[in-house]
Design a protein around this ligand. Structure first.
Ligand SMILES: [Zn+2]
Ligand SMILES: [Zn+2]
Length: 373
């Protein structure tokens, strides 16, 4: 390798650098270029280069040889071919926290003593949301097996895991580039619990849990939206091997769509098709409503298709500010697909009266109206 960079240059230190200077330089660069963490495009090559430079310069004998002969030492490169590891303990130099990230981070190292959470989706309708109804759901939930008290072992007998001596974690040696590094991983044999059973419980197949029928009672908050989650503490899966806290049960609400109402926060939007005469002369429409009180929509005379009418405080409860939203009614002209001969005759007679006096003038007016609004 003729174009090999000078080791001092690689580590960005003076020729007179002390061992602690070298170590600091290496630590800084290794953090920057470690292939598992670095985003630099040439990280892997740079990292190898840094390792090699440090391996040589941190060894007094190799360093003096390098100082005298450079890369073309009497025996060629003083570190041999590609195969040899440099046997630097990266963990020592970079600190434990650097390596913990390779093994899934600090928290997962700890034994899991808490059961998993469970998510349950539950459908409610707009009436439930309006009134904040009480719900009752019957379903099977995992609970600790009664025969083995959740341990998963026949008779509840657990032994210390011999693979990890009950620690739940094991030290592993890993090859990272040319280095051997040591880290800690959860024990495979006992899944990090530190205990194993010789004979699995026959009633639960060693799982330590069984399904039990549960009746869950909860209250839908007034004005709840789809996706609202409620937590029931301790109703999740039991802790592994029966020792520790159970997980939580989350109930996620899904609000069903309504046949005609669309929801916009606390407001309810609906469209109301009306005949020409109703729009022109005005009318009053009464509908059944979610709150059992009839919804009365007063359509004033000379209404247009596309107008909206707000029926105040008949929407859904507002979650934060209190009170209720509105029902917003969008008026639409209903156009019958068929009319009788008699109606046709009557309408024909009314044609002139119902239409604009001057077609062009009305087009102009309409255009101006639209520009103003
Ligand atoms: Zn059991
Ligand atoms: Zn183990």
């Amino acid at each position: 390798m003729a174009d090999k960079r000078d080791y001092y240059e690689v580590l960005d230190v003076e020729k007179s650098a002390s061992q602690s200077d070298l170590k600091n330089a290496f630590r800084r660069l290794a953090r920057k270029y470690h292939p598992d963490r670095s985003t630099e495009p040439d990280a892997e090559d740079r990292f190898k280069e840094i390792q090699e430079a440090y391996a040589v310069l941190s060894d007094d004998q190799k360093r003096s040889q390098y100082d005298r002969f450079g890369h073309d030492g009497p025996q060629g490169s003083p570190f041999g071919g590609s195969g040899g590891g440099f046997n630097i303990n990266l963990d020592d130099i970079l600190g434990g926290d650097f390596f913990s990230s390779f093994f899934g981070g600090g928290s997962s190292r700890r034994r899991t003593r808490r059961g998993s959470d469970i998510l349950l989706r539950h459908s409610v309708d707009l009436k439930d949301v309006l009134n904040g109804s009480a719900q009752e759901v019957v379903l099977d939930l995992p609970e600790p097996c009664t025969s083995c008290e959740g341990t998963g072992a026949e008779g509840g007998d657990l032994q210390r895991c011999s693979s990890c001596s009950g620690q739940g974690q094991v030290r592993v040696r890993q090859q990272v580039g040319p280095f051997i590094s040591e880290g800690i991983q959860p024990c495979d044999v006992c899944s990090g619990r530190g205990q194993v059973s010789d004979r699995p419980c026959v009633d639960c197949d060693g799982r330590g849990q069984e399904l039990q029928s549960n009746t869950l009672r909860f209250h839908v908050p007034e004005g709840a939206e789809s996706g609202t989650r409620m937590r029931m503490r301790g109703k999740g899966e039991p802790a592994p091997q029966g020792s520790g806290e159970p997980g939580d049960l989350f109930i996620e609400l899904e609000v069903e769509t309504h046949p005609w109402f669309e929801r916009s926060g606390a407001d309810l939007i609906m469209s109301l098709p009306l005949g020409y005469a109703d729009l022109l002369l005005g009318t009053s429409v009464t509908l059944d409503h979610l709150d059992e009180k009839p919804l009365v929509i007063k359509v004033p005379a000379h209404s247009n298709s596309g107008d909206t009418i707000e029926v105040k405080k008949r929407g859904l409860p507002r979650q934060r500010s209190g009170g209720r939203g509105d029902v917003i009614v969008l008026l639409k002209l209903f156009m019958p697909s068929k009319i009788s001969k008699g109606t046709r005759k009557t309408l024909d007679a009314l044609r002139d009266e119902l239409g604009p006096k001057d077609t062009l003038e009305s087009i102009l007016e309409d255009a101006q109206e639209r520009r103003r609004s």
